[in-house]
Design a protein around this ligand. Structure first.
Ligand SMILES: Nc1ncnc2c1ncn2[C@@H]1O[C@H](COP(=O)(O)OP(=O)(O)OP(=O)(O)O)[C@@H](O)[C@H]1O
Length: 434
């Protein structure tokens, strides 16, 4: 439809409402004078693709928000609480093909169910569809991933005051997790989500480890996180390491990344990268705030025993004295052309509620103006015809004509109504797009 440049439009769909007999009796000369076929550019046509409204449980499905290695994440609307949510859709067939896939998902559900903190993403609901062999993890909705914000920022870094705001929340969330005996194991900007009110949420608990409540310390044995954020002890292949300190290292790399736009360790390939991390030699970028540099040096200490604890981070001057708010924050970037990241569920709901009216809505501004003009003319002719009926009580040819005209008029009125409903659909659509 969009490719067709010459879409013929009938600006007077009144013909639609007449049956064969009625058409035969019409004054064809008058009609042919008023019939116009407009040549319209496809860009001017307001074409609305039909959106099929789907529901999973009580959730109305919206568009895709992102995709991880386990499946798609879509926006949904909770039809009971009218709250925006995100749902991770996991297909059993796909999970089986991923090493430890099913176990990691079970892990994630288990952890998320037991955790509740404002800086940890909340799992709201878990739904299963046996027939489709699918699982739906309904989570609280976040508007952006910190990684996306960085990618949109000048030099891929945040102003210090903004980075500080997120870092403080990251430490709050991490302290809560460690207090629950949970080692996240994959802290990085790609796993930190932001809500509309700028709250940071730690997400992705696929490779998280839970310490045994009777374990004497925080020893862990599996290092499965993203290579660039792994500490030297994991890069060097140690059998066991401190889980808390591994998370502190990843948090340090995250702080380095969001404040400088770079990484402390790089490598042409994953082996070189791990080799460089294993050597533990890195330097603070020139011109970095000295207090921030000092905090980074202590969070990225090669020896995990010398690395800062969460409490030491909290006591550090940079943590305690937030940087001066200079300039603007980096704003949430648009998503698929949607600058405000407004709800993607709305078009599906519109489609569901206005479905019959929305069929074949291919109108241009010109058509809508003509429809309004036609409606005005009909109102005028209606009042003059009514006057004629009241003046003449006998059945004459003129009255027969008047009765016929009045029946046409009713049909035209129905057409007008149809047009007006289309106008409202068009305007609603327009509002949403702008
Ligand atoms: N709660 C949420 N609210 C909004 N968007 C989300 C939410 N959770 C995930 N997303 C979006 O879905 C994407 C995929 O998330 P998911 O957790 O499945 O994978 P990932 O962490 O990006 O990758 P992987 O699972 O491979 O490590 C995210 O990058 C993000 O864009």
């Amino acid at each position: 439809m969009e490719e067709d440049d010459n879409v013929p439009l009938d600006p007077q769909p009144v013909v639609e409402w007449l049956d064969d007999d009625e058409i035969a009796q019409l004054d064809l000369q008058t009609i042919s004078n008023s019939l116009q076929f407009n040549r319209v550019s496809s860009q001017d046509i307001i074409y609305q693709k039909k959106q099929k409204c789907k529901m999973v449980g009580r959730y109305v499905m919206g568009d895709k928000l992102g995709e991880g290695s386990y499946g798609k994440v879509k926006e949904v609307l909770d039809s009971e609480s009218l709250t925006r949510r995100a749902v991770k859709i996991l297909a059993k067939r796909k999970l089986r093909r991923i090493p430890n896939g099913e176990m990691n998902v079970r892990n994630e559900i288990l952890f998320l169910r037991s955790l509740k903190h404002k800086n940890v993403v909340e799992l709201i609901d878990v739904l299963y569809n046996e027939e489709k062999q699918k699982m739906y993890l309904v989570m609280e909705y976040c508007v952006c991933v910190l990684q996306e914000l960085l990618a949109s920022a000048p030099e891929s870094k945040l102003p210090l005051f903004q980075a500080h705001k997120y870092f403080v929340q990251l430490i709050d969330g991490l302290q809560y997790l460690h207090g629950q005996g949970v080692i996240h194991s994959d802290i990085k900007p790609g796993n930190l989500l932001l809500t509309l009110d700028d709250t940071l949420k730690i997400s992705d608990f696929g490779v998280t480890e839970k310490l045994d409540p009777f374990a004497p310390d925080d020893t862990c044995t599996k290092g499965q996180g993203s290579p660039a954020f792994q500490p030297p002890e994991i890069a060097n292949g140690h059998d066991s390491f401190s889980g808390f300190k591994a998370d502190i290292w990843s948090t340090g790399v995250t702080l380095f990344n969001i404040t400088t736009g770079a990484y402390p360790f790089e490598g042409d390939n994953i082996y070189r990268l791990l080799e460089n991390i294993g050597k533990g030699v890195w330097s603070v970028p020139e011109g970095l705030d000295p207090l921030l540099s000092d905090l980074l040096v202590n969070m990225l200490r090669f020896d995990s025993k010398e690395r800062y604890t969460i409490q030491q981070i909290r006591n550090h001057t940079w943590f305690m004295s937030s940087p001066i708010n200079t300039g603007d924050s980096v704003p949430i970037p648009p998503l698929q052309g949607n600058a405000l990241r407004s709800s993607t569920v709305l078009p599906y709901l519109e489609s569901y509620h206005y479905e019959s009216r929305q069929n074949n809505v291919y109108f241009t501004e010109h058509d809508l103006n003509e429809a309004e003009e036609m409606a005005r003319q009909q109102e005028t002719s209606s009042s003059s015809q009514n006057m004629r009926i009241s003046k003449n009580n006998s059945i004459t040819n003129e009255e027969a004509f008047t009765t016929r005209a009045s029946s046409d008029l009713n049909k035209k009125r129905r057409t007008k109504k149809k047009f007006i409903s289309c106008i409202s659909v068009k305007k609603l659509t327009h509002c949403r797009q702008s």
